[in-house]
Design a protein around this ligand. Structure first.
Ligand SMILES: [Fe+2]
Length: 270
């Protein structure tokens, strides 16, 4: 069993809330996860000064996280910020092995210099495949910023990878348990075959969509079984987002649909 906390889209420099960050740190400290995954947009504009000011916050996060893996988002690479991400935060892609937890986490960079669209690219796809080829660890996780599959509420910009199909196929071929994403601040999940596609809200900013709350994901993965609790960054109240047990999936829709908000339709779960 591996215990992971996904935090994301801090957006330091724009609508960032110290109070939410403090709450998140406290939760991580109290729950002692095996690893923390940061899925991009740590800073808002990618500027050197912004990274410098954010660093003490990142140090606090590293202090409470025994293992941490961070990958850049489109905001981190604005204004050539990828240079400072790699200088001050870490490499744009990396693999975290937790052999005692039978777990491999592969973080890839879907962000590209100065554009908001995402792509993994052939060279990285090859690299990801090699990470899984060379590993016998059974809990398999990929972390990236952009979306493999479009989510509701994500607006009219292109939010999915230009090579999303390749990534989905790769996940199926290597029986990846979980693809973890950030980007549009929308907690959500889909399941295709062995893979759960998990999306997270903004953990430390007010950049929420509709009447969502800032949040982060607490994940327990255990030989194919999965439980994801969405944690409210203001109250630290948990609510179940997804549960997979022996191949049976329960997804708890965390919000009204956009159409329910806009029109008179009501949409039922069952
Ligand atoms: Fe973001």
């Amino acid at each position: 069993m591996v215990n992971i906390i996904q935090v994301t889209d801090f957006h330091y420099g724009s609508e960032f809330q110290d109070e939410y960050f403090d709450n998140m740190i406290q939760y991580i400290k109290d729950n002692n996860p095996d690893a923390v995954i940061v899925s991009g947009d740590l800073v808002h504009k990618g500027r050197y000064r912004q990274y410098q000011k954010f660093l003490p916050y990142y140090e606090r996060l590293k202090e409470v996280a025994p293992h941490i893996i961070a990958i850049p988002g489109n905001h981190d690479v604005k204004n050539n910020g990828i240079i400072f991400f790699e200088k001050l935060i870490g490499p744009r892609r990396s693999t975290l092995l937790l052999p005692e937890k039978n777990t491999i986490i592969v973080g890839v960079c879907s962000a590209k210099d100065d554009v908001s669209t995402g792509e993994i690219g052939d060279e990285q796809l090859d690299w990801v495949a090699r990470q899984f080829n060379e590993s016998t660890l059974e809990n398999r996780i990929i972390a990236m910023h952009h979306h493999a599959i479009a989510v509701p509420y994500s607006g009219r910009k292109q939010t999915t990878l230009t090579d999303a199909g390749e990534m989905i196929e790769l996940a199926q071929l290597f029986k990846v348990d979980l693809i973890i994403m950030g980007h549009k601040h929308i907690p959500h999940a889909y399941v295709i075959g062995p893979t759960t596609f998990l999306y997270c809200g903004t953990s430390t900013s007010n950049k929420v969509r509709a009447d969502d709350t800032p949040s982060f994901n607490h994940i327990i993965l255990d030989e194919g079984d999965l439980e994801v609790q969405m944690v409210n960054s203001i109250t630290l109240k948990k609510s179940l987002l997804l549960e997979r047990k022996e191949g049976h999936t329960r997804f708890v829709r965390p919000r009204r649909t956009r159409i329910e908000h806009l029109l008179k339709s009501e949409v039922w779960d069952d």
